[in-house]
Every structure is written in C-alpha cells, then in structure tokens.
Design a protein around this ligand. Structure first.
Ligand code: FES
Length: 264
C-alpha cells in the first residue's frame, strides 16, 4: 500500500483499477480508469475483499453501459440490413431477444462486453425470454439477456462433445450427472455469463489450439480478470480463482425455441 500527498493509501488491483482509503473515511474508495476516463467513488465497505468485488462489478457495469451507449441504435439498423446471421465465424454473436416474442438477431462478431446489447423490453425483470436456436450454427455462441444477466447459448460441435469428457479430470466439479453439455438438449449449452470469482464476464474461446493460458486448450471460456478457465460446458478448471462452475439458468427447449426462465 502506498500513501500519496493527499493522505490516500492506494492499493493497486489491476492496471486502471485501485482501491484507496481517505484519512477521514472508514470506507474503501474505488478508482477506475476506463478508456482514459477516471471514475472515483466510495464503495461503502470497510472490508477489502468486498471492496475488490464491488470494484470489479462497478467496472463491468461501466464497460457495459459504455458498450450499450455506443451500440444503441445501430442494432436495429443492422438487423434490417442483414437479417441473416453469419454463423460461419465461430465467434460470439450479438443477439438480443424480446420477452416471449420475436427474437432480434444480428450477426457480427464482437468482444463479449460489446456483444451483449439488451433491448429495452428485455430489461423487464422476472419474465422468461425466448430465443430462436435455428440461426445459431455449430460452434457459434449467442448472448441473450435475461433478468439483466447475460446468458450464453452455445451450439456445441460434435468435436466439442467428444472433447468435453476428456476434461473431466481437469475440472473441479465434473457434474457428470448433468450430462456432457450440462443441458437437456445435448447440442445447446445455456450458462450465466458471469464469472463465479468476482463477476467479470468470461470470454468465449471455442478454438482448439494452444493459448497463452493453456497449452492444451480444447475450447471454453477464459476470464481475463484473474485468469479463471471454464470448458465449453462452463465447468471450472482446477487451480483457478473461480470456485464453482458457471451457473445454468432455468431453461427449457420447445423445438427450435429456447425458453430461459421459469415457465408461467
Ligand atoms: S472475476 Fe476473477 S477470474 Fe473471473
């Protein structure tokens, strides 16, 4: 911990992220540099671990808000121009869905935080959300908003289904009882896109190739915040900060339609 002239004790967390204490405040304060913009606020907790968690959540929200501001308005235009999803690229798609209604789909690849573009209607809490699976080709992933939470929908490839059992001894909790893809429909895995460590957004890396974080990478999710790894079924690798598998939200399948949430 370093102390500067103003009597603030800074604790470096990551580049552009730190905690500090003001001499007269009992609480931790957060400092963020997001794309060159500086943010500071009291995190209203005296507990360092809790302050760190709040800092990551705050950063995720700021990144999301920035992405939404940038993308808002462009999506509908894109859908009109390009209603057919391009699933040839095995990358995340930008997808929003309406509540119990038609699904809006756009097919360009973007990093995760930019990819999640919730529609106004889908912001309503509590209702279930429908998603049309027919446009999601093998290897592609969609991000759907449900209860203000990004939900990852992965169309598993035959190769992925073959590889998942090979990872049973590399993951903390293989949950074999949930099936290979942790889903009632083996082709599609549905997961909450929230890292179980400190709630960052894991990134989708379906490629089967050596990665900086894993020489024997067989595809999955990597959380850049602190390096947690999950396989394509959302099972957490051993020896990473995230303690548990990515959560599976309640969901059901009706033909080509995925329903996320409780049926009413
Ligand atoms: S939030 Fe820490 S590894 Fe994901």
């Amino acid at each position: 911990m370093s102390k500067n002239k103003q009597g603030k004790k800074h604790i470096h967390i990551l580049d552009g992220m730190s905690l500090y204490k003001r001499d007269k405040s009992p609480f931790y304060w957060g400092y963020l540099n997001v794309g060159g913009e500086i943010y500071k606020k009291s995190l209203k907790t005296r507990d360092k671990r809790e302050a760190e968690k709040f800092l990551f959540e705050w950063k995720s929200k700021l990144l999301l808000d920035k992405s939404l501001n940038k993308l808002n308005g462009n999506l509908e235009m894109d859908v009109l121009k390009n209603p057919v999803v391009n699933n040839t690229r095995r990358k995340a798609l930008m997808i929003t869905s309406s509540l119990m209604g038609a699904v809006t789909v756009a097919g360009f690849a973007v990093p995760f935080l930019s990819a999640w573009n919730p529609s106004e209607r889908a912001k309503a809490l509590g209702a279930s959300v429908k998603f049309d699976l027919s446009k999601l080709e093998p290897g592609a992933m969609a991000v759907v908003e449900w209860r203000r939470t990004p939900i990852f929908v992965v169309h598993q490839t035959p190769k992925a289904l073959e590889n998942l059992p090979k990872l049973n001894n590399r993951v903390t909790d293989p949950v074999l009882s949930e099936g290979v893809a942790r889903s009632t429909n083996e082709k599609f895995t549905v997961l909450k896109g929230v890292c179980t460590h400190l709630s960052c957004a894991p990134k989708y890396h379906p490629e089967i190739e050596p990665k900086a974080w894993d020489e024997q990478w067989l595809g999955g999710f990597f959380c850049p915040c602190h390096g947690s790894k999950f396989d394509l079924a959302g099972r957490v690798y051993k020896g990473v900060p995230a303690p548990t598998n990515l959560e599976v939200p309640p969901h059901t399948f009706e033909g080509d339609t995925l329903i996320i949430g409780e049926l009413t």
